[in-house]
Design a protein. Structure first.
Length: 245
């Protein structure tokens, strides 16, 4: 297939989970792909998985100065950019009384501040037309306990779908978002959820299962492709019905 033939793309957080699967599918659709990541282990695994067809960039999504370096590497490798998938993020879940300023600031730096300034750094490189896809979350729409800070960061991203669309559409840049529910990725192990906790989570999903990275990637491909040329400022919820409860 060639829905993304020749499109120069950057996927942040593209060395594992949803990002890595999206990178694989982008390459299969004919895109030129660059991914960012921070973990040396997953970076090496991504090199093996994606092969010579992908540019791997080591970068901390929460480091504002580092976003300019990412933009420079994209300029040198691709000359410009057709698609940006803002996927890198952190899921830190705690009750209200367990939060401290450092943790709060870290979540906002990685999930909001870094992505915002990455988009700014990439502005001179975006083609006309171009597509920005943000990975948000249904947590911004539901009242899940212990998710207050995470949900706030994703809610902040969701405001950018519309404000940046209004600001950038005249330059040919569309901004849309995917809003996943629980997806079977390494995230749940990282935040300490065991099998019983995951089973309880699945019990809250009308579809009776978690989503797969492939299902999210397919939605990102739609937003990245010319098939969605008339889709602007949209959020596609992919949650097995969880947010309808």
């Amino acid at each position: 297939m060639s829905r993304l033939a020749g499109k120069r793309t950057l996927i942040t957080g593209g060395t594992s989970g949803i990002g890595l699967e999206t990178a694989k599918q982008f390459i299969a659709e004919g895109a030129r792909v660059a991914v960012t990541g921070t973990n040396p282990k997953t970076i090496e695994e991504a090199r093996k998985t994606l092969g010579k067809d992908a540019l791997i960039i080591q970068s901390d999504a929460g480091d504002v100065a580092g976003q300019k370096k990412v933009a420079e590497q994209i300029k040198q490798a691709f000359g410009g950019l057709d698609v940006l998938f803002v996927n890198a993020g952190i899921g830190d879940f705690r009750p209200l009384d367990a939060w401290d300023e450092a943790g709060f600031d870290r979540s906002f730096a990685i999930n909001v501040k870094g992505p915002y300034f990455l988009i700014q750094a990439l502005l001179p490189l975006f083609a006309n037309p171009a597509s920005i896809v943000l990975n948000t979350s249904i947590n911004a729409h539901i009242g899940m306990p212990n998710s207050s800070v995470y949900a706030a960061t994703k809610g902040a991203l969701q405001t950018l779908i519309r404000t940046l669309s209004g600001e950038l559409l005249g330059r040919g840049i569309r901004v849309n978002a995917v809003s996943p529910g629980p997806v079977a990725t390494p995230l749940y192990g990282k935040i300490g959820m065991d099998d019983e906790a995951i089973k309880g989570l699945v019990g809250m999903i009308p579809a009776g299962r978690r989503g797969t990275p492939s299902e999210i990637a397919k939605a990102v491909i739609f937003f990245a492709s010319d098939e969605s040329a008339y889709t602007v400022g949209a959020e596609l919820t992919i949650d097995g019905g969880m947010s309808t409860l």
